[in-house]
Design a protein around this ligand. Structure first.
Ligand code: MLT
Length: 394
């Protein structure tokens, strides 16, 4: 037997596990201190009433012989796929039901999709980036190259035709920087991918925070994307499903290479390795798209947007450089006094008992930066920013 030696090339621990371990150690040593967590982007508001009602109703169905369900379709029940298709149609994107695959979340699909691509593909990843894109490819032994995202390009790198890439990751609005591509900018990436015969793996998990029409909510709002892009989305941030687990991936039928269809391969992969999302969870997800669900979820998103404003306002008043927060639940800022990311993490934890995520954990270009999330409660966010203000204005 041989183990996959590529695993020796990934960090021992996933970024958010490392942060959690450090915080747990600090809390164990200082049980009297109240630690405020704005690190991992985990939601704090409960599921919307419309979602809870749908869950209850579905649970009742599962308890009756006539309405009980066993295995469902691996790619999702039609009622949820139709609701997702209507959501896309609102912004002018027409999807066929067979192009939508319901899953237990974007993170799983972003990792699993790699099953259908050759190990020999060169992967282009922006730096800094959500660590899952890098780690999953390192585990598979693929070559990774980076596109520099930095303060000069507003953390939105654009394609460079002298670079050859096969698989391109784009996350917009971006995790961790909060920067979001306009449709015109994304068009350049789509042109590049089509010209190179590359695929874009587009992570739209934060699309629900976009309010500006010029910004893309889906890559399929850009002409030409259906021949070169797979889109991943999730109910986690949109509707508080981080613990409930539901997402979806769109694999257009037009992605064909050497006679092989990415859509058919993904279907084959999913039907072989996945048995679908629980019926009750899919009913809960479908409720997100009902008029009541939409209204309730808009209120939750507005709550997080208020938090983002509080964080941004404090940083602005302190004269700290930052991006994000406007079309994103993340605020990405320069560590004060030239501190390194982990140095600032330790300083903030020790001096103010506030937890954030060190930018360096997202890539080399993240060094010297720090991420705060707007997904905390209103009270925790206000208190954390008060503590940060007091600490940094000393
Ligand atoms: C984050 O904090 O970056 C996210 O919560 C991670 C995720 O969505 O998996």
């Amino acid at each position: 037997m041989q183990l996959n030696t590529n695993y020796s090339n990934v960090n021992d621990s996933y970024l958010f596990s490392t942060v959690a371990k450090k915080v747990a150690a600090y809390q164990a040593a200082h049980p009297e201190k109240k630690v405020l967590r704005l690190g991992i982007g985990d939601v704090t508001l409960p599921l919307a009433p419309a979602v809870i009602a749908a869950l209850h109703a579905a649970v009742d169905e599962m308890g009756k012989k006539e309405t009980f369900r066993g295995y469902g379709p691996e790619q999702g029940y039609p009622f949820l796929k139709e609701a997702i298709a209507s959501y896309y149609a609102e912004r002018g994107v027409q999807l066929k039901n067979d192009e939508i695959f319901v899953s237990d979340g974007a993170k799983s699909d972003l990792g699993n999709i790699l099953d259908i691509f050759s190990k020999d593909n060169v992967v282009l990843v922006p730096d800094p980036v959500y660590p899952v894109y890098v780690d999953t490819n390192v585990m598979a032994g693929r070559k990774i190259i980076y596109a520099n995202a930095n303060a000069e390009n507003g953390f939105l790198p654009m394609p460079d035709y002298s670079v050859n890439a096969d698989i391109i990751y784009i996350c917009s609005p971006n995790n961790p920087t909060g920067a979001a591509y306009t449709k015109a900018q994304l068009k350049e990436w789509v042109n590049y991918a089509n010209a190179k015969g590359a695929i874009i793996l587009y992570d739209a998990a934060y699309e629900c925070f976009i309010k500006d029409d010029a910004l893309a909510r889906s890559i399929y709002q850009v002409e030409g994307a259906k021949t070169c892009a797979i889109e991943f989305c999730s109910f986690s941030k949109m509707a508080g499903f981080t613990g409930t687990r539901c997402g979806y991936t769109v694999v257009p039928e037009d992605i064909v290479k050497d006679g092989l269809s990415a859509n058919k391969m993904w279907l084959r992969r999913q039907t072989t390795k996945f048995n679908g999302v629980p019926y009750i969870v899919q009913r809960a997800a479908a409720a997100v798209f009902t008029p009541e669900g939409r209204e309730q979820i808009a209120q939750n998103l507005a709550y997080y947007e208020e938090n983002a404003k509080v964080i941004a306002g404090t940083l602005r008043a302190l004269g700290v450089w930052f991006t994000g927060g406007e079309h994103s639940p993340y605020i990405w800022f320069k560590c004060p006094n030239g501190m390194k990311s982990w140095e600032f993490f330790d300083y903030l934890l020790k001096e103010a008992q506030v937890v954030g995520t060190p930018g360096a954990g997202f890539g080399v270009n993240g060094e010297g930066f720090f991420r705060l999330t707007a997904f905390g409660s209103k009270e925790v966010t206000a208190e954390a920013m008060e503590r940060i203000k007091n600490l940094l204005s000393k």
